[in-house]
Every structure is written in C-alpha cells, then in structure tokens.
Design a protein around this ligand. Structure first.
Ligand code: ATP
Length: 855
C-alpha cells in the first residue's frame, strides 16, 4: 500500500494527498505536518516497513469535504485518492484505490465548498511584453470569458475586480505544478500581478498559440474562433486554451460543461479601480471587510442565489452604454408600476433553486438525486414564470416568456423517474420510482418476497421452537442470524448452526436463511446498481441540456436582480435617473443609499449636487466655450446651492463629522448605481455617463507594502491625475494631510487646480484647508460648498446640510474646546491661527505673482 501511496504522491508533489485507508483519509510525511498544522489536527506517526516510523495525520472519511475545503481556502491543492472497491471484494489483496478528485481553489464544484452569493473564478493570464490576455471561468456556473489588452494597469484592475480564487500563469519555473499561496513571493510572478491571489505555475505548452487554439476548437466543436470573437486576439486565445487544459487535468472523469467562450473589452465598462471599490464600500466595508454595511448589502433584494451573484457582477462592472442602461431601467420601471406582478414574481423566484450550479454539478457528474429533484422543481416553475410575464413589454421580462419545450420535458422526466425525497447517497438505492423500468420492478418484487420471508421467519420459528424471545437480526459481518438468549440455548432445533456467542445470547444461522440472505444481498446490490445506472443516465441527459438551462438561468438571474431593484426603488423612494450624453451630474435631494438605510426613517438629510453642467470637457477646452450653461438644463430645477453656474470642481469644507465624506461617497454611489441601470436615492437625477470613478479617501498606512500614509496618498493621487479624463468623476477626501501643513496645502491646491483646469474632471474635493476656498475666486468652474452646523454655546449641532459658500471658521479649535482642552491652550491656538491667516492669502499672492510674470 505504501508503495502505491509513494507512486501516487510522486505524480502530485505540490498537492496535499489525502489517501483513504479504511475509515480514514490519511496523510504522511510533509503532507501530514501540513494537514496537522493548518487544521490543528493531531500529528502522530506510523511504522512503515524498513523506512521506520513516518509522520502521519488523518481525517475521518465522511468528513473529508469539510477538511479539504479548509485546506483549499488556505490556498492548497488537495488530491483525493479513494478506495474504489470494498475491502471484502479485494479478499486479501490490496484494495484498489484511484484519484477521484483534484481540488484546487479555482476548480471547486461541491455545494458546501462554494459561497452561494458569489462566483468562484479560475483565471489564466498570458503576458507578452506590453500586451496581455486574460481568460476566466466559473466552472460551477459555466461562465467562460476572455479578453486582451495592452495596459498593464487594466490587468491589475481586472484581476482585482474578479477576485479569482486561483490564477494560472505559464512559466518556465522549475517547480511546475506548484501553487503559490496568497502573499507568497516568486521570481516567476510578473510584477503587475497582485500578490493577493493564489497562482498556479503551469507549463508554457498548453498556453502556446497552436495548442490553445486547437483545444478551443475541439472543445466547442467549431472550425473557427470568429464566432467567439477572439480569432484575432492571440493572447486571449492562449489564456483560454491554457485554462481549458488545466480543467481537463484537474477534473479527471468529470467534464465540466462550460458555456461557449465569449470575448469582452475592458473599456466597454465603467472602470472602477480597486481603491475606489474599496472606498465606496461596494461589496464590503472598509472597517472590517463585512458584507453588512456595503452597497451590495443595501441593494440586494434578490430572491435567488443566481440573482445575488448577478447583482454582484453588475455592481463590479457597470455599463457605459446608455441603451443597455435604459433597457434595465425600463424593466425596473415596469415592475415599479405593476406591484402585483412584482410581488408574484418575487414569490415565484423564491421557489427557484440555483439552476446554474445544479446544472454544473449534473454536467460534471457530481450531482446527487436531491440535486436533480431540486433542478426539476425549479425547471417546473419556469412555465409558471412565463405565464406570469406573458403580458410584459420590457426586454428583461420578455426573455422569460418562452420556455424551451425540452426543459419542460426534462423536468417531467426527472419527476417521473426520481422519488420525491431521495437519499443523499446515490449508490445505495431508494432513488427511482416504481414503474420506470420493468426489470427493476421485477427485481424489487423478488427482493420484497425474500424480505417478507425473513420477516415471517421470526414468527414461525417462535411458534416452532416455543422460544418467545427468539429474534431475527442482521449485522454487516455475519449477515442475518437468529438470536436466542443463552438460557434457552438448550432448546434450539437441530438444524441451527451456532455462529457467535455473546454474554447473554447465542446467534445461529440455518442453511435456508443463508441461502435467502445470499439471494437478497446479491439482488439488492443488483438493484442498487440498476438504480444508479438509471440515475446516471438521467443526470447525463441534464448535462446535455446545460447550455439551454443556463441561458434561461441567466435570464432568470437578470429578472431577479431587476425585480429586487424595483422593490428597493419602491420601498426607499428612488427615482429613475435620466441618462444623457453630456457630462452633467445633476442630483436633487440625493441620499447615501447605505447610510440612509442604517438610520431611522426620515433622519437622513438629503443634499443636491450640480456638477459639469458647463460644456463637454476636454473637447470644449479646445473650442474655448468653457463656461456655457447647458441649454437643456431646466431652470425650474436649478438648485439654490450653486453660485458658480458651471462648477466642475467643488471645494467642500465643514467641521469634523459634519458629513463631508458621506456626501462625497453619496455622489459616487448614485453615479455607479445609475450605470448599473438601477434607480437612485434622489427625487430627481440627470446624469451623463462617466468613464471612470476615482476616489481618494482617508489614508491608511499600507503596512503590507511598507509604504507610509503619505506615499500611499501621493501614489493614489498621481494615479488619478494621470488617468482621469473630463468624463471621469473624481472624489477626493483630504489630500495632503499626511505631511507638513504647508506642503500638504500646496499640493492640495495644485492638485485641485490641475483637475479643474487641465483635466476638467467632475470633482468633489473635501478638505479642512479653508484656504482652498480662494480657488473659486480664481477659477470659473470651481465652487465652494460647506456642510453646515448650528453652534450653541455648549455644543455643535450637525445639520448635515450642504450649502453654497466656504466654512470660514476653524471648528477644530472649537472641537478642542468642547473636548476639554485647557483654556490657555485654546486661547493660544486662536492667536496662532490668527497669525497664520494673516500670512496665507494664497489667491492674492498667486494673482500678484501672475501679474509680475506678465509685466
Ligand atoms: N446627510 C446626512 N444626514 C444624516 N446623517 C448624516 C448625513 N451625512 C452624514 N451623516 C452622519 O454623520 C456622520 C459623520 O459623517 P462623515 O464621516 O461624512 O463626516 P466628515 O465631515 O467626513 O468628518 P471628518 O472630517 O471627520 O472625516 C456619519 O456617520 C453619518 O451617520
């Protein structure tokens, strides 16, 4: 056995090998140490012939999934080598063992190992000079996409968006097959790849253009890649081909059903970089990384796991295309207007299980009978769904109006074949209904007769022997036996053969009983095998329909997302934003979607926003028409808060905790929500499409990379200034606080000026540097706003209202006074303040400087 173990382990040197021995999965040598350390299990040792004692640890066989999941979550690959025959069958020779499963972080399928609300992506990256290709797949749902680009920053962003569980990279590293766990460094890892992921080092061969292309053509049975859109994208093809080969290698007997490969272009979507996604708390909060308190948490009213995953995908990849956005809006609108439809739809959707993943498990041969029943029940709901939306007119609901007949037939077939509540195990019978298969039914009758005979045996033997305590029992080692208490042992008939003696009882068999037993056991094995075969055939049939089922599942998921957003819009009083071609961001009474839900109803103070109304950005700069008020702007909706008719940049001041950050994020979130097609928390909104949203929010030391607060801040700011366009939305919260006041102020000033004049990006700049308010006197497209407070002698009341004008008072000293700083300190602080203010007329200074130059 150990020789077999070593041979197997040699094939998978980089994985933890769980090797089945009786009731345990065992690990030896270094694997034993890894298993014990990572899962806090007991490390022991075992004698192995001449080798002596070797390290050993193990887990009970029924608990392997749980333990393997934990190892995979920690970034290990796990190989399962199971016994594929009964020890009894082996009758003395070595039990046959085979690799039944290879688990890596990106290739999981088992229900317990996956999070229902999010995709589990496997990605593959091919880099050639400046260019790169990226393919990714979720084998549990069948998604398979590829893309190619030449900007390495985009590659990082894309990986951060996907958060792949595992990334494959072709390399000529000597330790091919190795898996770098998150954070593990390697010289073979290209620099542009974020270290936060698991990287599998792969051979270059399957990633070569010829092999990759051939593999794709063969997998999808096509003659050209034209239909997939990547015929002329060699790096995208190479990445996708290498990914497929990895799946073939790890999935062993199971061939996972993948959807036809699709090609996409990164710049077709709103680019939200990782920092911004973090700062806007799109899928998790900054403070503790929890889902509760994130935008996704606030928006998710979906009824299915598929819908929940789709909403997450949408939020991470908002659209640029107005048509696409309007199609989603129209569907939400229809569902907002039709409350009974919305409610019935949600009710029905709740009864639909995770069709995408159930289909994946069926196709890969890992589904059990309960999975098929769940799948059939869900498919059976689709005609009801179609009927419900029969009269609808919006695109996403219309997609549900037709159910392919083949799916209805499939649902009926599964229900007709499989019992209503089947057992978990599929090799132990009890799965298939009577009437499905004649031979199965005949066998069942025979087994039942024999079972009846045995059931009667107890009654008959009791009366024949006169022993009332006589019992017929069964155990795995001896099979059926007749049990008699030892006191009555002298009364047993002569045809009884004693088999076993226990403290209080004797156990006997009879030749006739053994004959029946043999018949029953073989017939039962045959029966189980027949049931299993019928089940597997049915499962394969489902697998063959994977594409059809998944197409419809995607439509269900989209409808679910939109129905949830409609529900949210009604309950939270959202409006449908008018999406326009220009650059304006015009929001009346906007609210922060998450903070609003965390406060008691009516407590959130709405605030309006007006940005970028003056022209078309960069283009205008050249045409020199900066400053024109948009002609479409409706005066009746003009907000009271703007003194500059055309602000591109807002300097936002206000005391600590007055609501600056909240306002800033609110604007970003409203824009992002609008670009996924959602309604937004405002009473009116007219929004131009943004190409990117940038944020810079309160610096935190990046201890992991050893960068100081200030350097992190400067890197992020540089990134913004280098990439923002006049179509971008830039949200800056405190710049320059990480260094000396005057350095900081000067940088903040220059950054704001550059954004307003050179880039003309729509920007909100929240700051404690009141000096920045002077910018508005120099630049036409800069306006000052402040978050107001009401001052009482002993306290400051936060009004959370954003109003025109700059805060002219430093509330920092006031806050210090309220906090109890000694009077003399406060007094002195005020004097210093006065002195500083005297010398800091920046605008005047700059103007004079400019005049000097001209002269
Ligand atoms: N419009 C609003 N309506 C009601 N409450 C609000 C509003 N805006 C902010 N708040 C509340 O005020 C708190 C402080 O807001 P925020 O963090 O935005 O302040 P800030 O001005 O950025 O403070 P600092 O300058 O210290 O960073 C928030 O936690 C929120 O609960």
């Amino acid at each position: 056995m150990f020789q077999h173990y070593v041979e197997t382990k040699e094939k998978y040197p980089h994985a933890v090998l769980l090797y089945r021995v009786g009731d345990f999965f065992e690990c030896y040598f270094q694997d034993a140490v890894t298993l014990a350390q990572e899962l806090e299990l007991f490390l022991t040792s075992k004698p192995v012939g001449e080798v002596g004692r070797v390290a050993m640890s193990g887990v009970p066989h029924h608990a392997w999934e749980r333990h393997a999941t934990l190892l995979v979550e920690k970034g290990y690959a796990v190989v399962i080598c199971d016994q594929v025959e009964d020890a009894a069958e082996a009758a003395g020779r070595l039990v046959r063992r085979e690799i039944t499963r290879i688990l890596t972080p990106g290739t999981l399928l088992e229900e317990g190992m996956l999070k229902s609300g999010r995709n589990n992506y496997l990605a593959a990256v091919v880099i050639a000079g400046e260019h790169w290709g990226l393919a990714y797949a979720d084998i549990s749902t069948g998604e398979f996409l590829t893309t190619q680009s030449s900007n390495s920053e985009h590659l990082t962003q894309e990986l951060m968006r996907l958060q792949p569980a595992e990334v494959l990279i072709p390399t000529n590293a000597p330790d091919l097959g190795g898996l770098l766990r998150p954070g593990e460094k390697s010289e073979h890892l290209p620099e542009c790849l974020p270290p936060a992921f698991c990287y599998a080092l792969r051979s270059q061969i399957p990633f070569s253009a010829g092999e990759a292309r051939a593999r794709l053509l063969q997998k999808f049975k096509v003659r050209s890649l034209e239909g997939m859109g990547c015929e002329h994208l060699p790096l995208a093809v190479r990445a996708a081909g290498g990914l497929l080969q990895y799946l073939e290698e790890t999935q062993k007997h199971n061939s996972v059903p993948l959807q036809l490969l699709r090609t996409y272009t990164i710049t077709d979507f709103l680019i939200v970089d990782h920092q911004t996604r973090r700062n806007l708390e799109i899928t998790q909060t900054v403070r503790d990384g929890s889902f509760h308190g994130s935008l996704l948490w606030a928006l998710d009213r979906t009824s299915t796991a598929m819908g929940s995953r789709a909403l997450r995908r949408w939020l991470l990849q908002p659209l640029l295309d107005i048509k696409g956005i309007r199609a989603r809006q129209d569907t939400i609108q229809e569902l907002v207007e039709n409350t009974p439809l919305r409610q019935d739809l949600r009710q029905l959707l709740r009864q639909i299980y995770d069709l995408e993943r159930l289909t994946g498990r069926a196709g890969s041969g890992t589904a059990n009978a309960r999975d098929l029943v769940a799948l059939a029940d869900s498919l059976a709901k689709l005609p009801e769904l179609a009927l419900l939306v029969a009269e609808t007119r919006s695109p996403f609901l219309k997609a549900l109006q037709k159910v392919p007949p083949v799916l209805e037939e499939l649902a009926q077939k599964i229900s007709a074949h499989v019992v209503e509540t089947p057992p978990v195990h599929i090799k132990e019978g009890g799965l298939i209904r009577p009437g499905v298969n004649k031979h199965l039914d005949e066998r069942r009758v025979l087994v039942e007769e024999d079972q009846k005979w045995i059931a009667n045996l107890e009654v008959e033997e009791r009366s024949r022997t006169g022993i009332q305590t006589l019992k017929v029992g069964f155990n795995k080692t001896f099979g059926y036996y007749i049990s008699i208490s030892r006191a009555k042992a002298d009364q047993v008939p002569s045809n009884y053969i004693r088999k076993q003696t226990l403290t209080n009882e004797e156990r006997y068999i009879t030749p006739e009983l053994k004959e029946r037993e043999a018949r029953i056991l073989t017939a039962r094995d045959d029966l189980n095998q027949m049931e299993y075969e019928i089940f597997v055939a049915l499962r394969e049939e489902v697998g063959q329909q994977a594409e059809v089922i998944r197409n419809l599942s995607r439509a269900v998921a989209a409808a679910d997302v939109l129905c949830g957003l409609a529900e949210l819009a009604v309950h939270q009083g959202y409006c449908c934003p008018e999406m326009v071609e220009g650059r304006e961001i015009y929001v009346v009474d906007g609210r922060h979607p998450v903070v609003e839900q965390s406060l008691p109803a009516g407590f959130f103070v709405p605030n309006s926003t007006q940005l970028g109304l003056g022209g078309q950005g960069t283009g205008d700069r050249e045409q020199g028409n900066k400053g024109n008020v948009n002609e479409n702007f409706s005066p009746s909706l003009t907000l009271p808060l703007s003194h500059s008719p055309t602000p591109d940049l807002i300097i936002l001041t206000g005391p600590n905790a007055s609501g600056k950050s909240c306002y800033l994020r609110q604007v970003g979130l409203i824009q992002l929500m609008a670009q996924i097609g959602s309604f937004v928390p405002a009473s009116f909104a007219r929004l131009g499409i943004c190409d990117r949203i940038f944020t810079r929010v309160g610096a935190v030391d990046d201890l992991a990379t050893g960068q100081s607060t200030f350097m992190v801040e400067m890197n992020e700011t540089a990134n913004i200034l280098n990439h923002a366009t006049s179509r971008s939305l830039v949200l800056l919260d405190e710049i320059g606080r990480g260094t000396a006041t005057f350095d900081g102020l000067s940088i903040a000033w220059a950054v704001a000026e550059y954004l307003a004049t050179e880039i003309q990006a729509r920007t909100i700049f929240a700051t404690h540097y009141h000096e920045l308010n002077e910018l508005a006197s120099l630049l036409e497209n800069v306006a000052n706003y402040q978050v107001t407070v009401k001052e009482l002698p002993e306290q400051i009341i936060f009004l959370h209202q954003v109003q025109p004008g700059g805060a002219d008072k430093s509330y920092g000293i006031e806050a210090g006074r309220l906090a109890g700083l000694p009077k003399v300190v406060i007094q002195r602080a005020k004097q210093v303040m006065g002195q500083i203010e005297k010398h800091s007329k920046i605008a005047i200074g700059l103007r004079e400087g400019l005049q000097d130059k001209e002269e």
